[in-house]
Design a protein around this ligand. Structure first.
Ligand SMILES: [Ca+2]
Ligand SMILES: [Ca+2]
Length: 566
């Protein structure tokens, strides 16, 4: 019998906190604790008294948990649990002999154990969820996905200790829409934000992953790039289920690694050391530090820590310690950033490799902290990327590292290279280690997946399909299809994955390109002419899955580099 130190009725009734478990939050009245208490009846009794005092602090968590239980079973268990405690306290007030006290302590503990055992078995065990999202990291930029040049030992270890998915798709081929699908569980035909730009925002009525988990009792924190509404809008993350946010709200703000400020909730967090265009405090490091702090702060309650780092999105710049291992390794040619106010690179390959390795190092530090806090077994740790590798003027960097692996296309395209992303998930003892899974999933699946792992329900209008069964080695339902769209002005482009078919239409009513991924992973041969029936079916989906995009008022003011760097 394993009793979890929190999130079950044991802690909700306050019992674990009064014992040594206060410093060993995972242990509670677990098996290893019982023998010591049997021989120390007074200590056992005292522990129960102390625990009683802590009940008030836990009543809120209990209420959340209780709302998920059936009234009948809950009532019966509550009554028994209260009775067992009352028995313990009446004992303390009596003047019974030491041996009688000893016997009663054993009795009480055994009653308690039987109660907590049944409660633990039936209560929802809510794991922490840590979701690390890279920005513009290609499918094949990690060692565990075939990368040869860049070192990513920590994420590789994460994959070795967990499950690696081979067919995960981002929400879109660029940042904001991808994150909108992730937050809402809706694909881009339905999700509110379908373009980049930074001024589009979620409405109150939009339901986010953070809102779902917060309602289920989670502490919720976000660290990095939001992109779904600034502090002046209803899309502000603190109005969308997050208790805390540190980093960037506007997409353009997130382009800079040495800004003169970041946001901490609704307050500017100034980085005066970066003033005068100095490269003193790297935004990623500040964000990472705050994410670790959040995990530390919330170690004793279920938490959702969403870490959308901006690495390795351009600008191409990284501190020297990450450059060092790659410096001089390859023949380099400077790659200036063509955008005014942005930093370019003298050694673009070493810089990009250093950025990916720094990202990996940060993942390693999150893993180390979870281990140090004894949270590994109670935490689902997920790593993914929001879209494929950056191309355009950075194309030669992506190609040098073969960042999109065997796929065609880059960020900004619906070919596989633009949307197929790494996905690694670890939950020791629950997700089988060292496994690979070919389940076809997409970013709008995260909301229902996390909800299922947290034991809560989801809005019934989502497009997402929980892949918790795939994670836990159970029978997994499949999507009938995946759908994407992107409206750049009036030029709506669309894509569908249906079984092994992949279809792309670059403009409304334009021809549908069709590829058979089972035979043509590189999407080289358009076979639309040979499969009218498939093309017809997909064209119908492209009509039914698309809904009108929300009209947002144009952006106020400028969003120029000078707003963020000076
Ligand atoms: Ca991105
Ligand atoms: Ca909302």
């Amino acid at each position: 019998m394993k009793l979890y130190g929190r999130n079950n009725a044991v802690e909700n009734l306050g019992w674990t906190q009064g014992s040594k478990a206060a410093t060993e939050p995972r242990e509670g009245f677990g098996v290893r604790r019982i023998p010591a208490l049997l021989f120390r009846p007074f200590e056992a009794s005292l522990a129960c008294v102390k625990a009683q005092r802590r009940n008030a602090a836990h009543s809120k968590r209990f209420a959340t948990w209780a709302s998920a239980q059936t009234p009948r079973s809950l009532g019966a268990r509550w009554t028994i649990a209260v009775q067992s405690k009352r028995a313990m306290f009446s004992f303390l007030h009596s003047s019974l002999s030491g041996w009688l006290a000893f016997a009663l302590a054993i009795f009480s503990c055994s009653v308690l154990m039987s109660q907590t055992g049944s409660l633990a078995a039936s209560a929802v065990k809510q794991p922490n969820i840590v979701f690390i999202l890279a920005d513009d990291l290609g499918y094949a930029e990690l060692g565990c996905y075939g990368q040869q040049k860049i070192q990513t030992p920590n994420i590789d270890r994460l994959a070795a200790e967990g499950m690696r998915f081979t067919q995960c798709y981002s929400g879109c081929h660029v940042c904001a829409p991808s994150r909108s699908t992730l937050m809402t569980g809706l694909h881009t035909g339905h999700t509110p934000i379908r373009e980049n730009g930074g001024y589009r925002y979620l409405y109150d009525a939009d339901v986010t992953v953070a809102e779902v988990l917060k309602k289920a009792g989670y502490a919720t924190g976000g660290f990095g790039k939001w992109g779904l509404g600034t502090e002046e809008t209803s899309g502000f993350p603190l109005k969308q289920g997050f208790d805390e946010w540190f980093g960037f709200y506007h997409q353009v703000h997130a382009h800079f690694y040495y800004p003169y400020y970041l946001w901490h909730n609704d307050t500017k967090f100034f980085l005066p050391e970066n003033e005068g265009h100095k490269r003193a405090r790297y935004s990623h490091d500040e964000i990472h530090k705050q994410a670790l702090h959040f995990i530390n702060q919330h170690k004793d309650q279920p938490f959702f820590c969403y870490i959308p780092y901006t690495l390795p999105h351009v600008e191409l710049v990284v501190p020297e310690d990450s450059m060092k291992p790659y410096r001089g390794k390859w023949e380099e040619k400077p790659l200036p950033d063509p955008r005014a106010g942005y930093i370019g690179a003298e050694e673009p390959f070493a810089t990009h490799a250093g950025m990916v390795s720094r990202l990996d190092r940060s993942v390693g530090e999150v893993m180390a902290l979870l281990k140090k806090l004894h949270l590994e077994d109670d935490t689902v740790l997920v790593f993914s990327s929001d879209n494929g590798p950056q191309a355009s003027q950075w194309l030669r960097v992506a190609d040098f590292f073969k960042a999109n692996g065997p796929f065609r296309g880059y960020k900004g395209e619906f070919y596989e290279g633009g949307t197929r992303v790494p996905l690694v998930a670890r939950w020791p003892g629950k997700i089988k280690s060292g496994t690979t899974n070919d389940h076809i999933c997409a970013f709008w699946d995260f909301l229902p997946t996390f909800a299922e792992l947290a034991g809560t329900t989801v809005p019934n209008t989502i497009d997402g399909l929980s892949f918790a069964p795939a994670l836990l080695g159970r029978q997994q339902k499949q999507h009938d299809f995946l759908y994407w769209e992107m409206a750049q002005g009036k030029n709506l482009s669309q894509a569908v994955r249906m079984g092994n078919w992949k279809a792309i239409r670059h403009k409304p009513n334009g021809p549908v390109e069709l590829y058979n991924l089972a035979e043509d992973i590189g999407e080289k041969t358009n076979v639309a002419a040979k499969h009218d029936d498939v093309v017809d079916k997909i064209a119908r989906l492209m009509t039914t899955e698309h809904t009108a995009e929300r009209a947002y008022p144009p952006e106020k003011g400028s969003q120029k580099p000078k707003d963020y760097v000076r």
